[in-house]
Design a protein. Structure first.
Length: 370
């Protein structure tokens, strides 16, 4: 992950990832990142630009950065998570050229979204989205469900379905940077109930749009391993680079000095990163999960959830993701439905065909979805 700035023009009420700062990554740091990563490992790399608002550095930054990264690394692909307010025709053409996967954030219909993210947020994002659609650039969505918006979960679901907008769901979390997000935090049991409710609806709508979380939860259940970073041991396989070259475990930690693992300018090796105090904290999380989650039947494909979530909610690495109960609810529901389907047929339908006249897909259809 490359975090060129923590600055952002929007002012979302529950945000924990942005700061009022003018610090922006200099393009020369891309060369440092390339030199470091090529000596760090031999694996293919997927680069995700995140923030703050990552489009603030502008077209010239991305024109040079994408060209250099593609030419000089073992590239797996590019992604960017942005409010897309600065997305213009030049950037759209550039992102199409380099096959950049673009995601943005909308929390539902305008009234619901702007209540959480600020006046005019919806219109600014949707204007850029419509321009991107006209020019053939696909954009996916992230929707944050809060203690407030959960009351309108049916309306939010219908909004994304009716507009054929693929999305990921985030349950609102507290922050390590302040208490502004606390009133918006979504209770784990309520989040679990929402996931189960949406699963039931989604099984009628697999041919209309994608809910990425439910796709991965079903795939993880089938494969007995996490296929989404929340449900995988991401420590060491995901790293984030701040504007000054500091290396962090994930974009969520960027800007917090106590979680700096090193700096790309110093070209740290894996063993150097593993000797940092920040790495020790991550190992405390991993060890706690190994010691306390072994009896959980979902351990293999949950891994204690997200380390950041655990640390921010419990003020210690010796904890699990506070959404643990919600994960158990949805994994249990998926397992129950899958087992029922297996009992009904020795060869469950795997061709994405609706299983009955009521128009409902099966869990196996979802598990085997491309």
């Amino acid at each position: 992950m490359i975090i060129p700035t923590l600055n952002c023009q929007s002012n979302c009420k529950y945000c924990w990832g942005s700061e009022n700062t003018n610090e922006i990554m200099d393009i020369s740091l891309i060369d440092n990142i390339i030199d470091w990563i090529n000596n760090f490992n031999n694996e293919t790399i997927h680069f995700t630009f995140h923030g703050g608002e990552p489009l603030i550095p502008g077209y010239d930054f991305y024109k040079e950065a994408l060209q250099k990264l593609q030419k000089n690394t073992k590239l797996d692909g590019f992604s960017i998570q942005s409010n897309i307010w600065l997305l213009d025709e030049e950037l759209i053409d550039l992102f199409k050229k380099y096959n950049v996967n673009v995601s943005t954030s909308i929390d539902g219909p305008k009234e619901i979204n702007d209540n959480q993210r600020g006046d005019s947020y919806f219109d600014k994002t949707m204007n850029s989205y419509n321009l991107a659609k006209e020019k053939g650039l696909n954009i996916n969505f992230v929707s944050t469900i809060t203690s407030e918006s959960k009351k309108e979960s049916d309306e939010i679901y219908e909004f994304f379905k009716n507009n054929n907008m693929n999305l990921k769901i985030h349950g609102a979390l507290p922050s390590l940077r302040g208490d502004n997000a606390d009133p918006w935090t979504l209770d784990a049991n309520e989040y679990g109930d929402l996931l189960v409710e949406w699963l039931d609806k989604y099984l009628y709508d697999l041919d209309k749009f994608s809910i990425v979380d439910l796709d991965h939860i079903c795939k993880s259940t089938l494969r007995r391993r996490g296929t989404l970073c929340t449900f995988a041991d991401c420590i060491g396989t995901t790293l984030a680079i701040g504007h000054d070259g500091s290396i962090y475990p994930c974009y969520r930690f960027v800007g917090m000095d106590e979680y700096i693992l090193g700096n790309v300018k110093n070209k740290p090796k894996k063993e150097d990163i593993e000797q940092s105090p920040a790495w020790d904290k991550l190992q405390e999380f991993r060890e706690y999960v190994e010691d306390n989650c072994n009896s959980c039947k979902f351990m293999k494909y949950c891994k204690g959830g997200c380390p950041y979530n655990a640390i921010v909610a419990n003020k210690t690495p010796k904890a699990v993701d506070p959404q643990c109960e919600s994960y158990k609810k949805i994994f249990k529901e998926v397992s129950k439905r899958a087992n029922k389907e297996f009992l009904k047929s020795a060869i469950p339908g795997m061709n994405n065909k609706k299983e009955s006249n009521d128009g409902k897909f099966s869990i196996m259809d979802l598990m085997m979805k491309p």
